[in-house]
Design a protein. Sequence first.
Length: 395
Amino acid sequence: MSIRDVYIVDAVRTPIGKFGGALASVRPDDLAAHVVRALVDRSPALDPALVDDVYFGDANGAGEDNRDVARMAVLLTGLPVSVPGVTVNRLCGSGLEAVVQAARAIALGDASVAIAGGVESMSRAPWVLQKPERAFPAGHQQLHSTTLGWRMTNPRMPAEWTVALGEGAEQIADRHGLTREQQDAFALDSHRKAAEAWAKGLYDDEVVPYPGVDLARDECIREGSTMETLARLKPAFRPEGGTVTAGNSSPLNDGAAALLLVDEDGLRETGREPLARIRASAVTGIEPQLFGLGPVAAVRRALEKSGRSFADLRTFELNEAFAAQALGCLAEWPELDPEIVNPRGGAVALGHPLGASGARLAGSVAHQLAAAGSGTGLAALCIGVGQGLALVLER
């Protein structure tokens, strides 16, 4: 069996809304349907019935995104009912996992045209109530928020694994000697680059605002941030001596992203020039509390599989779950030029709607390579519970 080349023809995303913000009134299945519809509409020569499958990442799945949000998006979009959909969950890496799985299906000949993406509404993530272990309990019952992090944790899990995500970021800061000032400076730079990218129109080709919602750009960018304002924020996870704050962490967000993937036959059906080609991917595991360093090995493995090195990279989109986490990864890649990392801002400024972020990163790399005309790019994320995922693209 020959392995087929896989191309990214197009990539779109919504502006990213803040928790309780402009997109909080929009259901996640409607967010997913919106980017799928926008993606299809941007390739009018493609018969939608030729879409072999829709893969969507979703980290929560406990609320309105239950019951296979990918299939729900297909139905809400008005695509032919013959188009199937599957939802995948690799937590923060779910959107990129969807891209990897769609690309794998095309490479193996199981599909010719596929849509891959991700969605998350952290604003609308529900509280859940466990069933009692016996009938008619007399006491109070506990509701668990499904917005983020561990809940209903298995007591067999070692306590050192199940710390809060922010405490894990603190441990990475300890390991690499990262100061509060370094983390705040990284966060400030993320906001600066994001604001400049929007001002230059660099996101115009990929962002598709949700109809009826007054949100034209990412909602969490703070142009007015300074080192002084960031320094006034209190540590969020270690009251005494902590360095991780709300200002140097990614916020809670809502949003969706989607990419159109094809083989050579599918490319002819679209009548379009591809943005980029998928070269290789890799996923690795790490101790759960050190989840933020998950990309370190995944990136090295993906580059090795692609026959490329850090020196070959033109751009690198690394998800910024926390400034400490991103800085920790960069410290373990001394060969990498940090100037090519997140040139249009990262998740600290743009936001991190969990299931959508990986698709956003892959789409951004594809658009950046297309704008450059050639080169190799990489997208990577750390993943809660201790994993890393990376994807190499080229043009």
